[in-house]
Design a protein around this ligand. Structure first.
Ligand code: UDP
Length: 466
């Protein structure tokens, strides 16, 4: 969902501001009903010029073998198997499209676009710092990478801050085992495809990440242009959109301004049962109002997080009785939402005071664009890099200690973190900073702004190719 949602926003912008006809092809993982319902709720184009095509679900379980638990491998295989459908869909279109814009996982489709004489773009839905790490990956000296992975030395990225081992991207460290070498090769191939595109759109803005953007421009690894077009998040800069109806939104309407902590860990993050129990107690002990989005706990012992819930999404109720007991004790204080909540609308609500988040880039941008400060609880992928940026560079979040695999963050620590952002002076200082970033984001998207201009330039480039 972290790729689909900004892609939809980009599609809406290209239609409404630049008059393009846009078709979004969406490769599906599973035919699970909960998953399909979430997708259907999310895909709700406002214009006839925006068409969403859901490609047939792909089952790649037989291909994955030992890589079954690797999210990246899973997605890459699905994308690979979806290519023939994409090709025939493009061939059947009455007018050959001018450009193909893929997300990071879809870069293998760029070769097809070249055959069709289409412009080839990548929409990178994470930060510019992550993009820098990604595009430098094929050129990083093996020795350096090995020192990072085996001896936990920081990984230098030209022109950017180095990546500390404790913040590194999950799939990078897999190179230390033989078998997931394939995952590393997939990453390198993806990075080379990105670097070779005609342009890279990044969901960030100039003033948020000047250093990383500057480094991408300066070092000649990328063939095409960089277009910082963000923040593209649902609803931002579009106050006229229709208000969603949801029980928690009605409840939020009754709560005092800034009084609710919202805890949610993205579209894929799940936690162990022990960790969920600590979160429940932490919320209760904090004595703050809350909304908490819960998933089935992950099943493997010693594993605090998995990204597997998408592949087992039907199995959403199994907190024994403990969740029910917690809810009956705290029903006056807050809401537990199973599986999926209207996150963008919740973060927009004035009653929300802070966000306990896994630091997915979309969640991060949704918080910033609504001026909501954060408790950073990164789980997988590049989320630890995002957490480092939010806490150390931007000063709009505090970070959970003991977030690593196998650790359980205790209830007292969770209580303390919540009170630091919701009650203590520290929270109000961070609030000022996040409000400043909210203003900067609005500015970037305004007609005189840097992201507006970037997208305009991309549109001009496409129109010249028509
Ligand atoms: N999301 C949502 N409701 C949920 C969980 C997630 O609407 O209960 C949305 C969230 O608003 C964001 C996206 O799903 O737009 C998650 O993207 P992100 O990059 O934060 O994390 P990912 O799920 O990709 O790890």
């Amino acid at each position: 969902m972290g790729h689909l949602i900004p892609m939809l926003e980009l599609g809406e912008c290209l239609v409404s501001r630049h008059g393009f006809n846009v078709t979004i092809f969406f490769a599906t993982v599973t035919s699970s009903t909960t998953h399909s319902q979430i997708i259907q709720q999310t895909i709700n184009p406002k214009s006839n010029a925006l068409n969403v095509v859901v490609l047939p679900p792909i089952d790649v379980s037989s291909k994955l073998g030992a890589l079954n638990s690797e999210l990246l491998a899973h997605i890459m295989f699905i994308m690979e198997e979806s290519l023939p459908f994409l090709r025939s869909s493009i061939l059947s279109m009455k007018v050959r499209p001018t450009a193909l814009i893929v997300d990071t996982f879809g870069t293998n489709a760029l070769a097809m676009a070249r055959d069709f004489n289409m412009l080839r773009y990548v929409f990178f839905t994470c930060s510019a710092w992550t993009l820098a790490l990604c595009v430098y990956l094929p050129t990083i000296d093996n020795e350096l990478l090995s020192r990072h992975v085996k001896h936990h030395e920081p990984l230098p990225i030209p022109g950017c801050k180095p990546v500390r081992f404790e913040d590194t991207m999950g799939s990078l460290i897999l190179v230390k085992d033989d078998e997931p070498m394939m995952v590393h090769q997939m990453l390198v191939k993806m990075a080379m495809n990105i670097g070779d595109a005609d342009g890279i759109l990044v969901n960030t803005w100039q003033d948020l990440e000047p250093m990383a953007l500057e480094s991408l421009l300066r070092v000649g690894i990328i063939r095409g242009r960089i277009y910082p077009v963000g923040p593209l998040v649902r609803g931002f800069n579009n106050p006229s959109r229709t208000k969603k109806e949801h029980q928690v939104l009605s409840w939020l309407d009754q709560q005092p301004a800034g009084s609710v902590i919202f805890a949610s860990f993205g579209s894929g993050g799940t936690m162990s049962e022990a960790q969920m129990e600590e979160i429940a107690f932490g919320l209760e002990l904090s004595e703050q109002r809350f909304i908490w989005v819960v998933r089935s706990p992950c099943k493997e012992e010693n594993d605090t997080v998995t990204h597997g819930s998408y592949f087992d999404v039907e199995n959403e109720k199994n907190m024994d009785g403990s969740l029910e007991k917690f809810m009956s004790r705290t029903y006056k204080l807050g809401h537990v939402v199973p599986m999926w909540a209207p996150q963008a609308e919740i973060l927009e609500h004035s009653s929300v005071g802070a966000f306990m988040t896994h630091c997915g880039w979309n969640s991060t941008l949704e918080a910033i664009t609504n001026g909501v400060l954060m408790i950073a609880w990164p789980l997988y992928a590049e989320q630890k890099m995002n957490a480092a940026t939010l806490t150390e560079e931007l000063g709009v979040a505090i970070r959970v200690k003991g977030e690593n695999k196998g650790d359980v963050v205790g209830r007292k620590e969770i209580q303390r973190l919540i009170r630091r952002v919701m009650v203590e002076e520290e929270g109000s200082c961070m609030k000022d900073k996040v409000k400043e970033l909210e203003r900067s984001a609005k500015m970037a998207l305004s007609e005189a702004g840097s992201s507006f201009d970037s997208l305009h330039q991309l549109a001009c480039h496409c129109k010249a190719h028509m």
